[in-house]
Design a protein around this ligand. Sequence first.
Ligand code: PMP
Ligand code: GLU
Length: 395
Amino acid sequence: MQNRRVVATRVSGIQNSATFAVFETVRDLRARGVRVLDLGGGEPDFDTDPHIVGEAATALTDGDTHYTPSRGIPELLTAIAEKLGKDNGITADPAGDIIVTPSAKHALFISLMSLLDPGDEIIIPTPSWVSYASMARLVGAVPVLAELSAADGFRITRQVLEAQVTPRTKVLLINTPNNPTGRALSEREAADVAAFAAAHDLFVVADEIYERIRYDGTPHISLASLPGCAGRTLTVNGFSKGYAMTGWRLGWVSGPSDVIAHVLKAQQHTVGCAGSFVQRGGVAALTGPQDAVREMAAEYAERRALITDGLNALPGIRCTPPDGAFYAFADIRGTGFPGSAAFTEWLLREAGVAVTPGTAFGPGGEGHVRLSFATSRAVIEEALERTAGALARRG
Ligand code: PMP
Ligand code: GLU
């Protein structure tokens, strides 16, 4: 008899998330009593600010335990529209241009679901976050990976993008600041991306989730604010990183109302809406005091200096300070390891330090490892010492 118990190729054809694999490895080792220093997963070590928690708790005790409008509660949509106008130069109508989603991940997923037909191509500059290519495959699209060069500082150029265009190209995905490289789009790159998208009449999906974690005072550039981009760009953002709200699962997507109207159908038929009391927490986050956001960003800046200086002092390792996000993307080619996976396994075994291999982030990632500095300075210092010791023992 024919075996019908075969899962769909759209899931059998993709891998588990490499970042969640690191989370799980660390959890397993710790459960077995092994002491691990975790520079793997990209998750703030800070707890959510108490005023945000308080608002959600009040919402719960007030009986705010029901479905909300699929688009999100009006107060949060208004708060997001105001934020987009003030911080991002994006004009968004709360009634039609925004959907509140249970996580930025879901915002990305329903956006790709709504823009890409099976066989359509999405250009993803790499190294890139682990989930983009798999999400594209899940919706039946073809991820086209545009490898950026480490020697060129992972700069996005018109040339690199042009080389990937085919008649099936439909979407360009941009992540700024970037996970894992920490690179943020310069004005020049942003203008090139905008001109490229216009020349080929593409949609742009801009993942700006690390917007609030920037260094050196350079401003964040939102692609949708550039001339000619508003009508073709879906901007994804969320609360996980800047507000340390990973466990809340809260994000949003904004864009032109005619496209958002279709994305809303994907939201309605998958999750319906984001959590009711969670959204009340989101309102408090955006409209309340921003001191905690600034304090966390300042702390990340200290850690960034600590980790990049420490890495650059190690033999065979080079690390350019990131422009944003909380990842150091270290070049380990000088250490003589055959690849980043071998280095990562060795580092965990010999030093008890968990990092993510660059290969997890696609072409251009090999030869690098990602170290998350969303962890305390004490952990970073000890991880650097243990790495130095392990490298010295190896000779
Ligand atoms: N985009 C990037 C680049 C990320 O690193 C993450 C973190 N997981 C996300 C999106 C998703 O964030 P969220 O927790 O809101 O799903
Ligand atoms: N964005 C984080 C990371 O890259 C969290 C895990 C995930 O969602 O992939 O580690």
